[in-house]
Design a protein around this ligand. Sequence first.
Ligand code: AMP
Length: 396
Amino acid sequence: MKKIYIKHIDVKGKVVFCRNDFNIPLNENGEIVDDTRLKASLPTLKYLIDNGARIVCASHMGRPEGKKKHELSLKPVADKLSEMLKTSVIFNGEVTGKKIDKIKSELEEGDILLLENLRFNSGETKNDKKFAKELAKGIDVYINNAFGVSHRKHASVVRITKFVPISVEGFLLKKEIDYLSLAIEKPSENFCMILGGAKVSDKIPIILNLMDKVKTILIGGAMSYTFLKAKGISVGGSKVDDDFIKMCSDILKKAEENNVKILLPVDHIASIVMESNVTIKMVRTGEEIPENMKGFDIGIDTIQLYTNEIKKAELIVWNGPMGVFEIDLFSGGTTGIAKAVAESNALSIVGGGDTVSAIHKAGVSDKISHISTGGGASLEFLSGKKLPGIEALTEV
Ligand code: AMP
């Protein structure tokens, strides 16, 4: 069933509640370090302003656990949004209450109010009915423009939709769904998935869900060592999730039966400890990682092997770094793959906080077709799970 899209309704004069994901990094002086998520929300906000809606904007930031925390206030977001939208954003430092209700009722067409951090109220993460009702007071239309929290059963994502006349998709949410659906619905013949990172448990559901759709899976990062061990290949002291060895071995068998090519690293950058000033060892193809060392990145032969596959792909979905990319010594694999993805002619979709940072670090963001704003949400979507925040929206 299709959900109603913002463009399908008339927002003129309506009081709209727009749930955004303004959970952005601030430095110790409260300055915004990365405004990617703010920029991503702008098309919806501009559309609402241009079309005469009375806008109530809301978001969470960090994990204040129901307490007011000065360092997690959305005040810097209100200031930045005013600058970006070239209009003043009303902000009074409260989430609900009489003052907020009064401001809501006095909003003129095109006015925009930003509520304080939703998670300052413990009702948010508890999907609390009373809090959701408070948020919904006076609201004509609910808009979900926060893909990044759509996998969360929170009051401003799910419960609120029970108390408003209509709940619709914002531009950002729709864009995310449209791109990610390319992978789960009718993917191109040459669909290549690149998976990495530390938690093999997070990525296994994606492999299982897309096994009959994908042609090639390139695996890197710590998760590759559980797969290598499952194949009986020695991994030295590298990080292995013993609870998943059997599952990885079953996946490798299933892939063979399904004609899916799963590639694992053939060479590695290893060292004794994961630090920035250490001696590293290039473990060449055919060599074994010494017992006292751990693999922290893929080596150059693996980058080449994976690049050859990436060149053939028509659709690429990438989630998870190829190594400990936060440390320069171990970032070459992730950067190499980022460049290969950027140079390919494939439609490329990149998700997950670390992978997105790596893409920015490699300076190739503008060459990626879609950079997902949702980490956990994109993992769950690709795993075939229904996201409660999307399910709650009104159907066409
Ligand atoms: P995930 O949240 O599962 O995508 O994992 C991301 C984290 O995996 C990043 O912080 C990386 O530093 C880490 N990582 C990637 N490769 C390795 C590795 N070979 N050993 C240890 N950690 C790794």
